[in-house]
Design a protein around this ligand. Structure first.
Ligand SMILES: [Zn+2]
Length: 322
């Protein structure tokens, strides 16, 4: 038979599903706002409904469907398919997503970290096309990552590889939600930029950003806009965050010697404001031999990245979770 799999991108704002063949062509796409108010059971029902809709709209039969792969926000245990306590899905704590979906749909299910899935999507169809070694970093509400080495996604012994957001940038830094101090995520994510902006104002900093938004409500996009308009505090803060990402990038260059580092997520909308400090740190701190080969670029796939990544994972033989 002509095999198919179901790809699911479960996010804090959208649930997307599609049916994929082994060439990663997607059919029967669905896209709906995540029904956060219904909690885990309601959202699992939503996934099941959209998955069934994808199968019927793509015109394949259920006997062709081999697997379902969900890219989901961490932290999660990819081996058991249990969602631990994802900040982007309030009320989810130790939810056995894999078992619940398998019980409903009666096909094998794999749950993967969304950033790992996205890395594979960028590798096949985005910024990594034609390369063998890629690091993907998403700078968004949080900071996540995924690593492809010699054409294979690095999942690690328990499926948690690539957690660049929780690598230590400043061991005396602020406390991260993971419990450690000075993780990249607590210094440079969109949430962190907004928090640091509020803290600065409370400590007496002044900013033109407060001319258009209450300082307590300012987002990282507001801080970026202030920086672009020459606001001293906003520019210093955003540059510091971008440099922290730059140190994360240097660490990845030294660890993996990648062909390409693709950076995605909402904070990349700041463009040069983010990428120039990263480039500067890389030029100053990265070893010359791996630095001379690596391209540091904007990720290309935007909102499709999770779905394509989940589809790619369906056809990747994995030691984990089957
Ligand atoms: Zn952390």
């Amino acid at each position: 038979v002509d095999k198919r799999s179901i790809a699911v991108d479960l996010g804090g704002t959208h649930v997307r599903t599609a049916v994929s063949d082994e060439s990663l062509h997607l059919a029967g796409r669905t896209d709906a706002p995540t029904l956060l108010e219904l909690g885990p059971e309601g959202i699992i029902d939503q996934i099941v409904r959209q998955a069934r809709q994808s199968v019927s709209e793509s015109g394949v039969s259920w006997s062709q469907v081999q697997t379902l792969v969900v890219g989901a926000p961490g932290p999660l245990d990819a081996t058991s398919g249990v969602m631990l306590n994802p900040p982007n899905l309030p009320g989810w704590e130790n939810v056995p997503l894999r078992l619940s979906l398998e019980a409903e749909l009666e096909i094998p299910v794999k749950v993967a970290n969304d950033a790992n899935a996205a890395a594979l999507g960028e590798f096949y169809f985005g910024a990594g096309r034609g390369n063998r070694n890629l690091v993907y970093i998403t700078v968004s509400t949080g900071i996540g990552g995924g690593v492809v080495v010699e054409g294979r996604l690095v999942e690690g012994a328990s499926g948690t590889a690539g957690e660049i957001g929780h690598t230590t940038i400043d061991r005396y830094g602020p406390v991260c939600k993971c419990g450690n101090k000075g993780c990249l995520e607590v210094i440079a994510s969109g949430t962190a930029i907004a928090r640091r902006f509020r803290e600065g104002l409370a400590a007496g900093e002044r900013s033109i950003v407060t001319e258009w938004v209450d300082g307590d409500l300012a987002t990282s996009a507001d801080v970026a806009r202030g920086a672009q308009q020459g606001d001293r505090f906003a520019l210093a803060l955003f540059t510091d965050a971008a440099e922290a990402v730059g140190f994360g990038v240097v660490n990845c260059i030294h660890l993996f010697n990648p062909d390409v580092i693709a950076i995605g997520g909402g904070v990349t909308k700041a463009g040069r404001l983010l990428f120039e400090p990263i480039q500067r740190v890389v030029e100053q701190y990265a070893l010359a031999v791996p630095r001379n080969v690596v391209r540091i670029v904007q990720a290309e796939l935007e909102e499709d990245v999770g779905l394509i990544g989940a589809a790619a994972l369906s056809w990747t033989h994995s030691r984990v979770a089957w």
